[in-house]
Design a protein around this ligand. Sequence first.
Ligand SMILES: [Zn+2]
Ligand SMILES: [Zn+2]
Length: 165
Amino acid sequence: MLISLHDINKNGTTRIVEFAVSASQLVFNNEEIRTLEPIKVSGTVDVAEGVAAVKLTAATRLAETCSRCLEEFERDLVVEIDEAIAEGGEDEEGIVPVQEGGFIDLRDVVLNSIYISMPIKVLCKEDCKGLCQSCGTNLNIQECDCASVDEDPRLSALKDIFKEV
Ligand SMILES: [Zn+2]
Ligand SMILES: [Zn+2]
C-alpha cells in the first residue's frame, strides 16, 4: 500500500489503513520466516508537512524452530509500529527509504519492522531443556544417562584439593 508524502493539505490528513500482506517470501538472516497466515495490518497514517506518522499493528502466526531443541512450534507474532518517516530522512535502521516521488510503501515498513522484531534465538518455551550434547536426546521429552556419567573435570580437581586439606 503506497502512501504519498505530497498528497496532503496544510492541516494534514489521517488515513485509516487496513490491509493484509501475504508473505510467502520473507527472508531474515538468510532464514525464511514462515508465516502460517497473511499478515494483518491495521492502524493510521498521518501525513503532514512531508512527514508520515505511521502507527500500525501487524499480526500473524509463525512456524518456528526452537534453537535449543530444534522442535518446530507455532507462535503468534504481533508487532507495533510507530514511526515518523520523512522524505530525505531514514528511519532508525535506515532501511525504509522513501521512494521516488515521495511514496512510502507500507508493506516495506511492515516487513522491516517484522524483521527487526525477530529474536536471534527463539525458544519453544523459556525453560526448554534442549538436546543432550552427547547423545542428542530431547531432554524435554525424556532424560538420558549422559549427565550422570559426565563429570566436569574442573569439579573433580576441586574435590581432590579438598581431599588433601
Ligand atoms: Zn525447545
Ligand atoms: Zn545424553
